[in-house]
Design a protein around this ligand. Structure first.
Ligand code: ADP
Length: 442
């Protein structure tokens, strides 16, 4: 037993004994013992009252003076208060550091509670999102950032990022990202991406302009080369060189065409209104073109097409994407290969797959294969007339159609490229417009 407690026990025993001895003098030991105990209990009650009164009303940190076990209790309460005070100071310091750090952040940071109610935001949110500290805390964020896209974004679980005009200045664009944490809590981070967008636009415009400017001189050179080829005829001294020059000028023209297409796809995004596209007709035309351009490779091209299923989209862009996949299959499959083009629907949406039994792609190349000018085998690609932009075009067309590309490939065994379109892009076609079924071309 610790010191104060053993002293307390001794005190109780002494009072009881004293009461008993005094009681003996008056021949009432029991009564005097009880009176002593009663008096001591009253003193304890008084200390308890002082403590409760101090806890309830006192503004000072110092507890009342105490004696005996109560002195110990008051002393411990005082120690506890001192520790709490130090901890509070430390936490307040940390909070102020944290607030200074978030205030210094160039990105607007907003803490959102249940139902997207604003609980706190930093300095940047006042300038970028036009929030006012005095009146906007406690408001639902949708009431302040009045943009229909935001409501839809939040309703769909706030996945990914959303780009909207900045409420403070509609010429600026902010990118919003919502990170969930804790219980129904979210952190909204808004970043000004206007500068990045401006630089991206400059880059796109630059590529577009350069390609456009190069197109005219190249057409002129191509025209002269054609004339020269006719003039030179079978003159063996020039025929070979001219044929080579024509081949290279054609390659450059293809490259410029692809660059222009890519720049148009990037600039336009999804602005063009989707039209119902008869995919089976499109694939039929594409297959016929591919058969013409097989350059003696003698592949078997099979087409399986689900009738009555079309796609909402831009026909020209879809043709470019699908054609790039088919041309690649022809290009990267050795003579006498089998290529299967399938158009079918599943619960995931509509699928366009191109399967070949060609050279295949090693797994380490797959993550980068849709990058511009990324080639597994640059020599083979150039030799077969590839620009290195085909799959980048496919990726952009699919992005503009809310679709994704899935690539499955095994080195030496062939590849399957599948474009998956969401169900809302699928459109039924009247039977009269349908030209489906399955056919084979050599
Ligand atoms: P390229 O014009 O060089 O074909 P792409 O962007 O169309 O450029 O393709 C990028 C690279 O991906 C190609 O260089 C080739 O190595 C590889 N590739 C594309 N399609 C196939 C395929 N069907 N089989 C094997 N490799 C392929």
């Amino acid at each position: 037993m610790s010191g104060p407690w053993s002293a307390e026990v001794w005190r109780i025993a002494s009072i009881a004994l004293l009461g008993f001895l005094v009681g003996l003098l008056f021949d009432r030991p029991g009564l005097f013992t009880a009176l002593g105990m009663f008096g001591y209990a009253g003193w304890h009650l008084l200390q308890l009252y002082r403590l409760e009164h101090w806890l309830r009303t006192s503004r000072t940190l110092n507890p009342p003076e105490g004696w005996g076990i109560w002195g110990e209790v008051f002393h411990h309460i005082y120690g506890l208060q001192q520790r709490n005070r130090r901890r509070k100071h430390r936490l307040a310091g940390m909070l102020s550091q944290y607030q200074k750090a978030t205030a210094a952040m160039p990105d607007a940071t907003v803490v959102l509670g249940p139902n997207w109610v604003i609980q706190w935001f930093n300095e940047a949110a006042t300038s970028l999102l036009d929030f006012k500290a005095s009146q906007d805390v406690g408001q639902c964020i949708e009431n302040l950032l009045r943009n229909p896209a935001l409501g839809e974004f939040l309703a769909k679980g706030a996945k990914g990022t959303l780009e909207i005009p900045a409420p403070s200045d509609p010429r600026l664009t902010v990118s919003l990202r919502v990170v969930p944490y804790g219980d129904e809590m979210h952190l909204l981070i808004a970043r000004d991406i206007s500068e990045r967008q401006r630089l991206e636009k400059m880059r796109r415009d630059f590529i577009g302009n350069v390609s456009h400017e190069l197109r005219t001189p190249l057409t002129v050179i191509g025209g002269f080369l054609e004339t020269l080829a006719e003039e030179a005829g079978q003159d063996s001294r020039w025929a070979k060189s001219i044929a080579l020059m024509r081949e290279q000028s054609l390659r450059m023209q293809n490259l410029i065409d692809d660059l222009l297409l890519l720049s148009r796809l990037e600039n336009e995004g999804q602005t063009s209104t989707p039209e119902p596209v008869n995919v089976c007709d499109l694939l039929g035309a594409m297959e016929a073109d591919a058969a013409l351009g097989m350059a003696g490779k003698d592949h078997v091209i099979e087409l399986e097409c689900e009738p009555g299923v079309g796609l909402y989209g831009a026909e020209r862009e879809l043709y470019s994407a699908f054609n790039n996949l088919l041309v690649n299959a022809v290009r990267y499959t050795p003579t006498g290969g089998r290529i299967l083009v399938r158009w079918y629907v599943s619960t995931q949406g509509a699928h366009l797959s191109v399967t070949d039994n060609g050279v295949g792609i090693a797994p380490e190349h797959l993550p980068r294969i849709t990058e511009r000018f990324y080639r597994v085998d640059p020599g083979r690609s150039r030799e077969s007339g590839g620009t290195g932009l085909g799959l980048a075009i496919v990726k952009h067309v699919l992005q503009n159609h809310d679709a994704r590309l899935v690539i499955k490939s095994a080195l030496g065994h062939g590849s399957t490229f599948t474009c998956i379109f969401p169900p809302e892009r699928v459109c039924p076609l009247p039977v009269s417009r349908v030209s489906g079924g399955s056919q084979e071309l050599h």
